[in-house]
Design a protein around this ligand. Structure first.
Ligand SMILES: Cc1cc2nc3c(=O)[nH]c(=O)nc-3n(C[C@H](O)[C@H](O)[C@H](O)COP(=O)(O)OP(=O)(O)OC[C@H]3O[C@@H](n4cnc5c(N)ncnc54)[C@H](O)[C@@H]3O)c2cc1C
Length: 373
């Protein structure tokens, strides 16, 4: 009997690990090689919020129960102005009913470990960067930092700086969105979920149990980083904002903060090139405000795993994948950009937005990341 065809996955982030886990779960007839340029499993970014669509995708690859057990249900909480005025207050049970279930917050490292364990038959080759690809008669030649590989097909799951996407579409440009995003973990006990908006800045808090909370912040400023003390920088940028901002920052250890410049990448004109396809951020990077990028990567991975497991040749699976995902993912990219504009709007617009009925907002959120989206 001949060996099964080889599928190379570039990138062992959320998308790549979930695809490998889904292929193992479905018993796909591929030898999978999962390559990552990092020296070890990455888990940067502290915490991630997963919406019901992402949890449903995890169910499809067999990891949903384990992820739910590792996470914390997000109580919907309030949106307030930077003066403390309540703009909207959403009830967790009503939100869960409309969305299909409550969103979940969990440590990114736990999600990555769960997916990694489930991708085990593939195993990850760390410290190997994919540098592009060339199509061949039998499939694809994949040059890497450890030498070239010959494969039947290649999946680029290598994030928004994707080398696979840049080979698919040379000259792909990216521009600074105008603000960095900070993320941190705070030991402040007894917090409730809240988002605060004003002065083109935002600060959000998501509790992770009784005495730990994830927080995120954006502030308009030049790209490239601050003098080094991110917490002092944020304490100054958010001086005078309502509780719990100052407490949350004061209870955060300096090594529990990360900062990333938010970038907008030009959309890809196509996601595939014969035996090559891109998924996750490599295909559709998006602004972080709606907390959707990782979830969309999971939806991609679960769908592509099922198409490849169904026995079609990779080219057909990739065509069906692009046909089913491109429009929806494009819509989520645009909605995430619209959310950025909403955050940055002047205070009178925030006050007016509070007049939009909860039912209308919840229906929009359900279409975006609900379990039936
Ligand atoms: C501030 C912020 C907050 C966010 N919050 C949320 C949230 O709450 N919920 C949510 O769903 N999403 C969130 N996101 C988005 C989410 O982090 C991304 O969408 C998600 O990580 C995309 O997964 P991915 O696997 O496609 O890419 P990545 O996570 O970027 O993984 C790519 C992998 O490929 C590897 N790699 C890169 N280049 C190469 C190469 N050339 N060769 C081999 N390997 C390579 C990398 O080392 C990495 O392991 C947030 C993003 C930001 C910036």
């Amino acid at each position: 009997m001949s060996d099964p065809p080889e599928l190379v996955i570039a990138g062992a982030g959320i998308a790549g690990l979930a695809l490998a886990a889904g292929l193992a779960h479905g018993g796909a007839a591929y030898r999978v090689r999962l390559l990552d340029e990092r020296p070890a499993l990455g888990s940067s970014g502290g915490t991630i919020t997963l919406w019901p669509a992402a949890l449903a995708a995890l169910d499809r690859i067999g990891a949903g129960a384990e992820v739910r057990a590792a996470g914390h249900r997000v109580a919907a909480g309030t949106i307030r102005s930077h003066t403390g005025r309540v703009l909207r207050s959403l009830d967790v049970d009503r939100t869960a009913t409309v969305l299909g279930e409550a969103p979940l917050a969990l440590r990114r490292g736990l999600l990555v470990e769960i997916l990694h364990a489930r991708s085990a038959p593939a195993g990850v080759t760390f410290g190997t960067a994919v540098t592009g690809y060339e199509r061949t008669d039998g499939g694809v030649r994949v040059p890497t930092s450890s030498g070239p590989l010959a494969a039947r097909a290649l999946v680029g799951a290598d994030g928004y700086r994707s080398r696979v996407a840049r080979t698919l579409q040379p000259g792909l440009t990216e521009t600074y969105a105008g603000y960095p995003a900070w993320r941190g973990l705070s030991r402040t006990p007894g917090l409730e979920a809240v988002q605060l908006w004003g002065r083109r800045q935002e600060f959000g808090v998501v509790p992770l149990g009784e005495d730990l909370a994830y927080w995120f912040a954006t502030v308009r400023e030049p790209a490239g980083g601050t003098a080094g003390d991110e917490l002092a920088h944020l304490a100054s940028a958010f001086a005078g904002w309502p509780d719990p901002v100052a407490r949350v920052l004061a209870d955060t250890a300096p090594d529990a903060v990360s900062r990333n410049d938010v970038m907008d990448r030009e959309p890809l004109r196509r996601w595939r090139d014969g035996p090559v396809v891109v998924i996750g951020d490599a295909a559709h990077p998006m602004r972080p405000h709606l907390g959707q990028g990782g979830g969309q990567a999971l939806v991609d991975a679960a769908l592509l795993a099922s198409l490849l497991t169904a026995g079609t040749v990779p080219e057909q699976a990739f065509a069906a994948f692009e046909a089913r995902r491109r429009r929806t993912a494009g819509w989520v990219v645009r909605a995430s950009r619209a959310a950025a504009r909403a955050v940055e709007a002047p205070s009178p617009v925030h006050r007016l937005s509070a007049l939009v009925p909860d039912a209308v907002l919840l229906r929009a959120l359900a279409a975006l990341g609900g379990s039936r989206s």
